[in-house]
Ligand binder design. Structure first.
Ligand SMILES: [Fe+2]
Length: 187
C-alpha cells in the first residue's frame, strides 16, 4: 500500500468505529487496534527525510492527516534530554510508538475545573512504551500527560487526536504551584 492509502484506510476505519461506538472505552480500544495496524505499516507511511519535531514546539511538522471533523494524525518525537511539561491538548488521543522508547506519564486532575487557573493534578502512572505500544489520552479534562525519550533514546510515535490540536490552546500544569496556564501554540 502507498503512504496515502495506508493513512486513508486507517482514517476510514477510525471513522467507522466512531460511528459505531462513539468516543467510548470500547471505541478507543478498537481505535488502539487500528493504531497497532498503522504501526505495522509504518515503513509505508514514514519518509525518513521528512523533518520531525516535538509536538510541543513549533518545529512540529505538518499533520499526516486532518479534516473538518477534527480528526488529526501527527508524528511526534521526544528526545531523552528532558521531560515535556505536564500538559493537555484539549482532545482525546491515541498514541502509538513506532520507534525508540518513551517514558510516558499519566496525570489526573482532581479539581472540577477544565481550564486555566487553579488546578490540582497528581501523577497516577508512569510506564515505558516501546515500538508497537499504544496509549490512550482520555477525553478532556483528563488528557494530561508528560513524555520523554527513555534510556537515552528518542521516542517516535504517531498520535491520532479527536480534535485539531494544531489549532487548540494547550494547558501546562504546575503541580507545585497548583496552577494551569494556557499556551497558544501559534501565538
Ligand atoms: Fe502531548
Amino acid at each position: 500500500m502507498s503512504e496515502n492509502s495506508v493513512i486513508t484506510t486507517f482514517i476510514e476505519r477510525v471513522k467507522t468505529i466512531l460511528r459505531e461506538d462513539g468516543e467510548s472505552p470500547a471505541g478507543f480500544e478498537r481505535i488502539g487496534d487500528e493504531m497497532r495496524w498503522l504501526i505495522d505499516h509504518r515503513d509505508e507511511v514514514i519518509d525518513q527525510q521528512e523533518p520531525q519535531g516535538n509536538i510541543h514546539d513549533r518545529r512540529q511538522s505538518a499533520p499526516l492527516y486532518e479534516d473538518e471533523s477534527g480528526l488529526t494524525l501527527v508524528r511526534a518525537s521526544f528526545g531523552p534530554e528532558e521531560l515535556t511539561p505536564i500538559h493537555s491538548h484539549g482532545a482525546w488521543g491515541v498514541i502509538g510508538v513506532y520507534q525508540g522508547s518513551d517514558r510516558y506519564q499519566v496525570w489526573r486532575r482532581n479539581d472540577t475545573g477544565d481550564g486555566d487557573g487553579a488546578a490540582s493534578v497528581e501523577l497516577v502512572e508512569e510506564r515505558i512504551l516501546g515500538p508497537g505500544d499504544v496509549a490512550l489520552l482520555p477525553p478532556p479534562p483528563q488528557d494530561i500527560h508528560a513524555q520523554q525519550g527513555h534510556d537515552g533514546e528518542t521516542a517516535y510515535e504517531f498520535v491520532l487526536f479527536g480534535r485539531n490540536v494544531m489549532q487548540l490552546p494547550r494547558l501546562y500544569f504546575d503541580p507545585e504551584r497548583g496552577v494551569a496556564e494556557e499556551i497558544a501554540l501559534n501565538g
